[in-house]
Design a protein around this ligand. Structure first.
Ligand code: ACO
Length: 338
């Protein structure tokens, strides 16, 4: 989608945070019937970070990542107008963004959660860009944070080897139209395939109210369920189409892309998507070997690392794509303006 804008939006700074506990493949092979070799060959993952200290939570991780981004932007938290927390594992079903707002002292900011699993951060950036490009807000903090370890069945080798916990944050700021860095996007949802990847709520008992006036179904969320093969096929077929459509709408050729930053789910997916787009593997940004699939955190975590490593240069074109539960997937093309 080509944007018609009143003012430009650009990513000013990034930050990230992961739990201290590092769990290597060898340790997982003592919990479930798997091996380091299987996990590395099939996914590229070597280790992941897992939240296990009582005092740590998604709020701690999201706040730490945000404080680092604010520091890197030399920005006072009171200057943030809006906080968007992309997460599917909040501390509270009513949302966790408000608690992050309080924790970092961004008392002037409106704050809300955005739920779109592994596509959450891409949707967060695009949502923030709308508020900035139409002139409503100037400084927006977008956080991708997930703690899927609490929804994983740790006896299921199909899923427990894949996921890790983490948080990444970016500050998006308004700028002159000519300096706009959020160039365009392409988004999709296919709810007919929602059952391929979900953390379903199951009604499993009935509460009777006094005098039998009401029968109320109650229950709880189950463990994360994923049909890995189907999600794999969906990702390698649909993500390249989304990227191609987005680049075409912006008149950008794949050879003019400097970096391909995909949701960090599986190394084979990253390579298959790059292959289909004829984008060279050395343009892929990847850190999934260290963190696994951190859901909404994976893209900002990898972006922050690439910035720290000084890989990304001014005016580089970065193609960012998320995909996952929903099923939801999409692309945002940015130009680095700092
Ligand atoms: N260790 C050893 N063997 C295993 C393991 C394991 N951890 N897991 C599965 N296997 C076995 C299976 O039982 C199967 O054995 P069988 O042939 O005897 O039946 C064999 O290995 C092959 O299993 P597959 O499921 O076919 O393995 P595949 O190569 O498809 O890899 C994987 C599985 C890694 C899950 C892959 O399908 C994948 O990455 N899918 C996409 C996941 C994804 O992208 N998610 C993104 C969104 S996440 C979100 O939105 C929250």
């Amino acid at each position: 989608m080509v944007l018609s804008i009143l003012q430009g939006a650009r990513i000013l700074a990034t930050g990230s945070a992961v739990p201290d506990l590092c769990v290597k493949n060898e340790e997982l092979s003592k919990i479930v019937d798997t091996s380091n070799e299987w996990i590395v060959n099939r996914t590229g993952i070597q280790e992941r970070r897992i939240l296990n200290k009582k005092e740590e939570s998604i709020i701690t991780l999201a706040s730490l990542a945000s404080i680092k981004a604010l520091k890197n932007a030399s920005m006072n938290p009171l200057d943030i107008d809006l906080i968007i927390l992309a997460t599917s594992s909040p501390n509270d079903l009513f949302g966790s963004a408000a608690q992050v707002q309080a924790e970092i002292g961004a008392y002037n900011a409106v704050a809300f959660d955005l739920t779109a699993a592994c596509s959450g951060f891409v949707l967060g950036i695009i949502t923030a860009a709308q508020f900035i490009q139409n002139g409503s807000y100037h400084n927006i903090l977008v956080i991708g944070a997930d703690v899927l370890s609490k929804w994983i069945d740790w006896s299921d080798r199909n899923t427990c080897i894949l996921f890790g916990d983490g948080a990444g944050a970016v500050i998006i700021q308004s700028c002159a139209k000519e300096d706009n860095g959020i160039l365009g996007f392409q988004l999709n949802t296919n709810g007919k395939e929602a059952h391929q990847l979900s953390i379903p709520y199951e009604k499993n008992y009935i509460i009777k109210t006094r005098n039998d006036i009401l029968d109320i179904n109650q229950g709880q969320f189950k463990y994360l369920h994923m049909n890995g093969k189907e999600v794999y096929k969906f990702a390698v077929s649909q993500v390249p189409i989304s990227i191609s459509k987005c680049l075409k709408s912006l008149n950008i050729l794949p050879e003019h892309v400097q970096w391909l930053l995909l949701h960090q789910a599986n190394k084979r997916i990253l390579h298959a998507v790059a292959n289909r787009l004829s984008i060279s593997f050395n343009k892929i940004i990847s850190n999934l070997n260290k963190y696994g699939n951190t859901s909404a955190a994976s893209i900002p975590l990898a972006l922050d690392e690439a910035i720290k490593d000084k890989k990304i240069k001014k005016d580089d074109i970065i193609v960012i794509s998320g995909f996952g539960a929903g099923l939801t997937w999409g692309t945002v093309v940015i130009q680095w303006k700092c």
